[in-house]
Design a protein around this ligand. Sequence first.
Ligand code: FE
Length: 233
Amino acid sequence: MNINPIQLFDTESSTYTYILAAPGEEEAVIIDPVARHLERDLRHLERLGLRLRYVLETHAHADHVTSAGRLRERTGAAAAVPAGCGIAPAELQLRDGDVIRFGTNEEIRVLHTPGHTAGSMSYVWRGNVFTGDTLLIDGCGRTDFQSGSAEALYDSIRDKLFALPDETRVWPGHDYREQAVSTIGWEKRHNARLAGRSREAFVQLMAELHLPKPKMIDVAVPANQNLGLPHGV
Ligand code: FE
């Protein structure tokens, strides 16, 4: 059965956080929680009677600080992170093809989708894919810092994400234009950066973006590599 996640938004960084829970289940997983929304996210879990089993990160974010470490302290959840992101204190270092199990029968499939960062992962659950900053709605994550690679991003999207069934719902890590959800089939046909563009043309397009450096990168990345906790904790 297809089930939607609970989608939550941070207006400061335009970040989406997702709570995954199946009907009738008591265990939940959260993806990419944001530090300033710790209490909001805990209230949602409490309201729904959910016990948090895992905190997942799609990558080490440069634009906001995660609440993973504090959520772990408050709920007893384990942190599960991409092995290639340098997030040492997490309990689980995920690799391509891993399966995360929670609840009675829930499975999240781990896809390594490098490009935005070398370690970036996407997560597949019940007809949904959580793409982090690899594939956005009508866009994609930037590839010009933090071990990014436009070539790798193109290959990840074409070979791994666009290989999912067309009806798979796409839940991105950010949105800047008030869009909430898309599908793989729609993005294949209409994504402004990818649809109908060759690998060479995509690499050139990404090289010509000249985006400003993210304001929080020097603070956020080291913090997120420690699950958002102050270093030395
Ligand atoms: Fe990012």
